[in-house]
Design a protein around this ligand. Structure first.
Ligand code: C2E
Ligand code: MG
Ligand code: MG
Ligand code: MG
Length: 277
């Protein structure tokens, strides 16, 4: 028998295989199996009109209902999904389910459903067709779907990604820039981007109550959005002080623990039923 080179040994020793990307092979296999088994599903967090508190929609946030480890958050698996190429499958799974769930909500004709989209998903040639197919299958009108993309996803000079968003917007789908103000800040191109909504990162809200410069930033972002004809969703509103600060800057829509934490689909639908009574 041939002697093993030192470098081969860990591969042959059984157990986890560390790939070149530094990923543990069994973790990738586990995530793939979990996707097939339906363990990846969206939870929903309300997005409200800050001035009135009325629910305008929800953001779908991926959760992994792990049989042994309990409910896992995106920080536990999104990185793994991105590095292993499974993010495309994962994103598609969440998008399909979110369209189905939103179509079944009591106020299903008015509420918007926001879904996070990764750069990898967006760059696939068939992405627009898949989105439109999910909408059709769920009987959900395109104008009720908002796709959230990050600044960095839009930053790359990627005509394919921009073209995909333009096609989807032409079909009525809306596009939001997620975590706005924390990533790419090439404001010279903002006006030309194919977007409808700025999701203002919670970093701007955390300090706004007691820091005049933070309040000034929030005011400026609202003014910018207004002048560009973009809607705003301010993220991370945890208490009434922060809601007041956002109201002073112009209100718009908001999202945060004050209005509701992410909850399973059935709980979210139940809360909608209660609110219509
Ligand atoms: P995001 O899209 O910016 O989502 C908002 C995050 O802020 C969520 O974290 C939410 O639970 C959290 N959050 C909401 N309100 C508050 C608040 O008042 N205070 C604080 N401290 N946090 C609040 P979560 O669910 O852990 O998701 C983290 C990130 O994972 C998301 O950030 C998004 O970038 C990514 N993600 C989630 N689901 C998906 C998905 O289906 N596909 C992709 N590609 N990424 C996803
Ligand atoms: Mg988001
Ligand atoms: Mg965000
Ligand atoms: Mg975020």
């Amino acid at each position: 028998a041939q002697a093993l080179a030192a470098g081969d040994y860990s591969i042959c020793a059984g157990g986890d295989q560390v790939t070149r990307a530094g990923l543990v092979g069994t973790q990738v296999a586990e995530l793939r199996a979990a996707l097939a088994a339906g363990q990846l599903l969206p939870h929903y967090q309300p997005i409200v009109d800050v001035a009135t508190g009325r629910v305008r929609g929800a953001e779908a946030l991926a959760r992994w209902a792990h049989p042994d480890r309990g409910l896992l958050l995106p920080s536990d698996f999104i990185g793994l999904a991105e590095q292993s190429g499974l993010i495309d499958d994962l994103g598609d799974t969440i998008l399909r389910q979110a369209c189905r769930d939103a179509a079944s909500w009591p106020q299903h004709k008015t509420l918007k459903i926001s879904v996070n989209v990764s750069g990898d998903q967006l760059r696939r040639d068939d992405f627009p067709d898949r989105v439109l197919a999910h909408l059709r299958a769920a009987h959900l009108p395109a104008h009720q779907l908002v796709l959230e993309v990050t600044e960095s996803t839009l930053a790359g000079d990627d005509p394919g990604a921009h073209e995909a968003l333009r096609r989807l917007r032409a079909a009525g789908v809306q596009v939001a820039i997620d975590d706005f103000g924390t990533g790419w800040s090439n404001l010279t191109r903002l006006a030309a981007l194919p977007v409808d909504v700025l999701k203002i990162d919670r970093a701007f809200v955390v300090d706004a109550g007691h820091d005049l410069r933070a309040q000034a930033m929030l005011d400026a972002l609202f003014a910018l959005a207004h002048r560009l004809g973009l809607r705003t969703v301010t993220e991370g509103i945890e208490n009434h002080d922060q809601a007041d600060v956002v109201t002073l800057s112009g209100a718009g829509e908001g999202q945060g623990w004050l209005y509701g934490r992410p909850v399973p689909a059935a709980s979210f639908a139940a809360s909608l039923r209660d609110s219509t009574d």
